[in-house]
Design a protein around this ligand. Structure first.
Ligand code: ADP
Length: 608
């Protein structure tokens, strides 16, 4: 399985390489065409140069043809013919001499009269190859010097031969402007250099027989070849061409670097661009993969750490928007789970605390009951003492029963099987009965327990027994959490369609941070912070000393809400608390309905 980076790299390379290959193939074709065009241009250059020489040779041979024609009509030694020879020679400074030879090569007439004799074999050679015109190079004058001997045939036999100084050729080509290190070379029939544009004198007469140039030409008229010159070590592209009907060969050479350079540079620039594009694509792929892979790696690290139990692990919010969003979603989920985990831990803690509190709450009254029962059984107590002990036993039994009832209510609520029987209840009556049942406990703590009642009927829709236990719990709490000698007031009043029942004390109060969790299952308050004057701390009992299991308010909220009412609290630390129940008043319709279905309005509280 490839990583994201690998895939992106493959994508980049996969996209760029075929494109580059196509581009290279196209470039290669362009290069081939261009190469061919350049080679053809070189061939044409060589043909052009050969044409220049051919034209020059023509102009040189033209007067010879006139002489040859005249020689047919005049005897050798004829004054007219001689004059004509002089006439031909006069305007041609490079011409060395002109002569008419017979078929055996013997000079019959010449100008200048004392011209030197031909080197042996030259006349024969010219006569031997003569058809139209013949050109031969005579190297017999010495190193680096040569003479061009040109001959045209005479109809009666023999030939007119002129010898021209090789310098004429130098002057013919000298005006030609050639690019740097370009070269024009002229080879004679013996394949010796008779003209070379660079260092003309230095290489005159050098033989090039066996050169690759000649091989390239073979028997053809023109050719192109690349040869490294042994004379100056420069590699050139040569156009090679034969000069007209002669056996002379003209070459035009341009250094390969000069000729192919621009095209090659263009090609390599394009290849360079291709490589650069590949590099950019790979870099971009790496960059993108880093931008995606890194946040993903960190996200997966965070997920792994979280899975291994580090609930504080969070993903970084980075990378492309979707990844950042994924990170944020992961974090929100982690936050949620961590919060839930905390709540579950807290619930666990509360549960164990509850188990120990409940055990304590069960044991303490039993111990008292047991001790008092023993005393009673032993006998010898006066009647007043016996009564006091029996009343205490009864109170402790009530406490036990209350606790067990609370536990039963809890399990019913949890199981979703808590049932209420709603009917018409007089709130004032319930308050009074609570006052009576709690008066002994209040008295025991020197509290003043009072009822403040509003005027008018206070019928509400409720379950009488359950309501009594709820209010009883609130009064018990007020007694427990108020220092001895406190004031506890029960009140009931009509407020619109509701009746408000309140239990107010001037006890220790509830810290604001506890208010939102006050009605939670198993919640037990911590000791209130010490008041500025320190008086409160002294007055309050330690929390451990206050008995309880943290169920009273939880059950109260569930029961009251199930009756269609609400429970709320207002409290100030060190000043006291007021718990208020709001329950719907008993309506007319309800009254009629309840007459029909008396005692059958049963509700079930779902567990929470
Ligand atoms: P318990 O009284 O068994 O602890 P409750 O559910 O009745 O459980 O009460 C929960 C907590 O609310 C108590 O532990 C206490 O801290 C706080 N509380 C309840 N009533 C009062 C009150 N009248 N004054 C101060 N604190 C109270």
């Amino acid at each position: 399985m490839l990583s994201i980076r690998g895939r992106l790299l493959m994508l980049a390379v996969g996209a760029v390489v075929p494109l580059s290959l196509v581009a290279l193939a196209a470039l290669w074709e362009v290069w081939g065409t261009r190469h061919q065009q350049l080679n053809e241009a070189m061939e044409q250059q060589a043909e052009l140069a050969a044409g220049v020489l051919e034209h020059w040779l023509d102009t040189q041979q033209q007067p010879l043809l006139t002489v040859a024609a005249l020689a047919g009509g005049h005897a050798p030694g004829d004054a007219f013919l001689l004059n004509h020879l002089r006439f031909v020679m006069a305007p041609r400074p490079h011409w060395i001499d002109i002569r008419i030879v017979n078929a055996s090569g013997v000079s019959m007439m010449l100008d200048p009269v004392h011209a030197e004799a031909f080197p042996p074999g030259l006349a024969e050679k010219l006569l031997g190859e003569i058809h139209g015109v013949a050109v031969e190079t005579d190297w017999t004058r010495g190193e680096g010097q040569y003479v061009l001997a040109m001959a045209v045939p005479v109809a009666a036999g023999g030939a007119v031969i002129a010898r021209v100084d090789g310098k004429a050729l130098q002057e013919l080509f000298r005006p030609l402007q050639l690019p740097d290190r370009a070269l024009i070379t002229l080879l004679d029939s013996q394949r010796r250099i008779i003209y070379r544009s660079q260092s003309p004198e230095a290489f005159l007469g050098t033989g090039v027989n066996g050169s690759a140039l000649l091989d390239a030409l073979g028997g053809g008229r023109t050719a192109v070849t690349v040869v490294k010159s042994p004379l100056d070590d420069v590699e050139r592209v040569y156009g090679v061409a034969r000069v007209g009907a002669t056996d002379y060969i003209m070459t035009v050479g341009v250094p390969s670097a000069t000729l192919y350079g621009p095209a090659r540079r263009q090609l390599s620039r394009l290849v360079g661009f291709g490589l650069l594009a590949l590099l950019c694509a790979v870099t971009a792929a790496l960059h993108i993969s880093r931008g995606i892979a890194r946040p993903l790696d960190r996200l997966s690290l965070a997920a792994r750490a979280f899975g291994e139990g580090n609930l504080a692990a969070r993903a970084p919010i980075e990378g492309p928007p979707r990844l950042a969003h994924l990170g944020a979603t992961f974090n929100a989920m982690a936050e949620h789970i961590e919060e839930r985990e905390k709540r579950l831990n807290e619930l666990d803690r509360l549960k164990s605390e509850f188990v120990s509190n409940a055990s304590h709450e069960l044991r303490t009254p039993l111990t008292t009951i047991k001790a008092l029962t023993r005393l009673l059984l032993r006998g010898g107590l006066d009647e007043a003492k016996q009564r006091e002990y029996l009343e205490t036993i009864a109170v402790e039994c009530d406490r036990q029963i209350d606790l067990v009832l609370n536990l039963l209510d809890l399990s019913r609520i949890e199981a979703g099987a808590f049932e209420l029987t709603l009917g018409r209840v007089d709130a004032a009556e319930v308050l009074l009965s609570c006052l009576k049942s709690q008066s002994r406990a209040a008295e025991f703590r020197n509290h003043q327990l009072a009822i403040m009642q509003g005027s008018g009927p206070l019928s509400i829709r409720a379950d009488q027994k359950a309501l009594r236990r709820v209010i009883g719990n609130l009064v018990e709490n007020a007694i427990k959490y108020t220092p001895d000698g406190g004031h506890i007031t029960l009140a009931a009043r009509r407020a619109g369609n509701e009746v408000e029942i309140s239990v107010t004390d001037n006890g220790r109060g509830i810290p604001p941070e506890d208010i939102p969790i006050l009605f939670d299952k198993f919640h037990r308050g911590r000791p209130a912070p010490v008041a500025a004057d320190g008086a409160l701390a002294a007055a309050l009992p330690e929390l451990e000393e206050v008995p309880g299991v943290g169920l009273g308010l939880y059950l109260a909220r569930n029961v009251i809400e199930q009756m269609g009412g609400r429970i709320s609290v207002e409290s100030e630390v060190g000043r006291g608390s007021t718990f208020t129940l709001r329950l719907p008043v008993w309506g007319k319709e309800e009254g009629q309905q309840s007459l029909r279905e008396e005692g059958r309005d049963v509700k079930t509280i779902a567990g929470s």
